[in-house]
Design a protein around this ligand. Structure first.
Ligand SMILES: [Zn+2]
Ligand SMILES: [Zn+2]
Length: 252
């Protein structure tokens, strides 16, 4: 069994055929899903999905892109969602200096406020980091009790190593499989018991479906790629990454 630890099932492309999406996933051995919120509205939608499907879990949080214009009481709204058992993490939060859709100062402020909430509620975080390694590491080091997942990892081995030493898991998505990616060299140097797999659907479809709308079932291609890199069977990769996900998200 594989878990897609990061997908956005509330996007129209996936939502309009959710039954088909989930059944195709099941045929590929992907049977659990963490639907990750990016703002208050879709965090609520994610929780609704978690309530309606036994094998869907959700998160609640504000993405760096959505940092500007958060409702005044956004922290309370996240906190309320986090009270529910099926809401397994605070996220996705973080920094994105590649697209800079919200200004950096606001991104940092909203990231810190949500880290404080993670500390207070004892929930793991799921964070997004695009071209913001230095600030991510600096800010996370101010919250030493907070652990979680570096999702869609795309940085260097040195950054991965530092994050693992701080108690974080490293999650790989379809970009691990892209031609000329530096990520296979990073991944194979990391301990497999710190790794997770995800799709980030509907984005980042792995080879051989690159450029298409991504679906949670394609977690399988990321896991197959890791199996090759580590010289393990797909079952071994599925078992380890599933145990890792259960450990960090505290679900059975
Ligand atoms: Zn992300
Ligand atoms: Zn995402």
């Amino acid at each position: 069994m594989l878990i897609d630890t990061h997908c956005h099932l509330f996007f129209d492309e996936l939502k309009k055929d959710l039954a088909g999406v989930l059944s195709r996933a099941s045929k590929l051995g992907v049977t659990k899903f963490i639907c990750v919120g990016t703002n208050i509205e879709d965090s609520k939608e994610s929780y609704d999905l978690a309530l309606n499907y036994e094998n869907i879990f959700s998160t609640a949080g504000v993405h760096p892109h959505d940092s500007e214009g958060v409702p005044k009481d956004y922290l309370n709204q996240i906190k309320e969602l986090l009270n529910n058992q099926k809401v397994v993490a605070l996220g996705e939060i973080g920094l994105d200096y590649f697209r800079n859709i919200s200004d950096r100062k606001t991104q940092k402020k909203i990231f810190r406020e949500q880290l404080e909430l993670a500390q207070e509620t004892n929930k793991p975080i799921v964070f997004h980091n695009r071209e913001s390694d230095d600030d991510i590491l600096k800010i996370l080091s101010d919250y030493p009790d907070v652990v979680g997942v570096s999702h869609c990892f795309s940085s260097s081995y040195e950054v991965a190593k530092k994050l693992i030493d701080m108690g974080f898991y490293i999650s790989f998505s379809g970009n691990l499989t892209f031609k000329n990616s530096h990520l296979p060299d990073v991944a194979k140097k990391l301990p497999i018991n710190s790794l997770l797999v995800e799709t980030d659907s509907p984005f980042l479809s792995p080879v051989p479906y690159r450029g298409e709308t991504n679906e949670p079932g394609r977690t399988r291609f990321v896991a197959d790629y890791l199996a090759q890199l580590f010289n393990l069977t797909i079952n071994e990769v599925a078992n380890v990454t599933t145990e890792n996900a259960k450990a960090i998200f505290n679900f059975s």
